[in-house]
Design a protein around this ligand. Sequence first.
Ligand code: GLN
Length: 385
Amino acid sequence: MSPIISKLPKAGTTIFTVMSSLALQHQAVNLGQGFPDYPMDDTLIDLMARAMRQGHNQYAHMNGTVALRERIAEKVFSLYKYTPSVEDEITVTPGGTYAIYTALTSIILPGDEVIVFEPAYDSYIPNIEINGGKVIPIPLNKEDFSINWEAVKAVFNKSTKAIILNSPHNPSGKLLTESDIQQVTQLARAFDFYIVSDEVYEHLVFDGQPHLSLLKFPELRSRAFCCYSFGKVYHCTGWKMGYCIAPATLMAEFRKVHQYNCFSTNTPAQVALAAYLMNKEAYLGLGKYLQQKRDFLQTELKGTPLEPLPSGGSYFQLYSYRNISGEPELAFAKKLVVEAGVASIPVSAFYTKEQNNQLLRFCFAKKEETLREAAERLRKYFSAG
Ligand code: GLN
């Protein structure tokens, strides 16, 4: 057999798997991959078990169960004052990443340009490339990860098929602002393009700031695929449950791709989530809960030369090690696993081109004891060095 001609020749193994495996190998505290280590709510576990015992174990409707789509529509209205159509505008997916991939696959034709802000969550670019699209990377401003709209306008042209927005932003925790919304709206008035909006951290916003979902803005939601994650909301990333909301004409194409890929999404989880979504407290209190964790880690790390950058949302905070070393980020992150026993994610993994900004991403969605242990190890390591 001749070897497969790779559709993703540049892709290696995702950094999340690389760092989690290394963490396991060295018994490091894993603040790399973004997943909580505290337990999810027992009530949701019971609802899932009950759904299985009640016999909800066969394929669900390809678009998601009606009950879950209804609850999603109600939730979206209560948050963003817009009611998506249960019939035509909501599809339940196996996770947020799958929703993003499906949205991009629905719209990209070979040669289409897609604007991506870097650092970018690591699946976006391979998702574009596997569809024959052309990635147009635009660096976020180095100081605060804001969007340079002049740079965006400079690359916009008739081949621009889509732009990917992500707020709260992974890895920086930066939030979209009203002024960003105005800038995209201006572009939307001048050009024909789609938006894929990754909003999986919608509830994880801090310091009293609002989450500016594109669903709030009629001129933007009319061209957007907005992607969400139940895993990130309910501390069950392993359930791989999410959904996409898009206008009916866009969603029709999304469903064409979805039906021949996963076809439908885990049934008992949908039954459980539909019941659990009634409880608004479970998601409305999340920002505060995670903010405490962000602050806890920050306080614990004060005794180290690591410098925190602002994080307005998500599971993550970036820390600079510019006072410690000039080593490349991947090498430095690996060294911290082996020598300090703490895993993080090198931010260079979120760029197409080689970078060294001496930044590491730490996930603070962990128990206090985990964060304390990680900080203690880092303090000890840096004071010995
Ligand atoms: N979204 C999570 C992160 O950024 C994990 C994703 C993954 O492991 N593929 O860490």
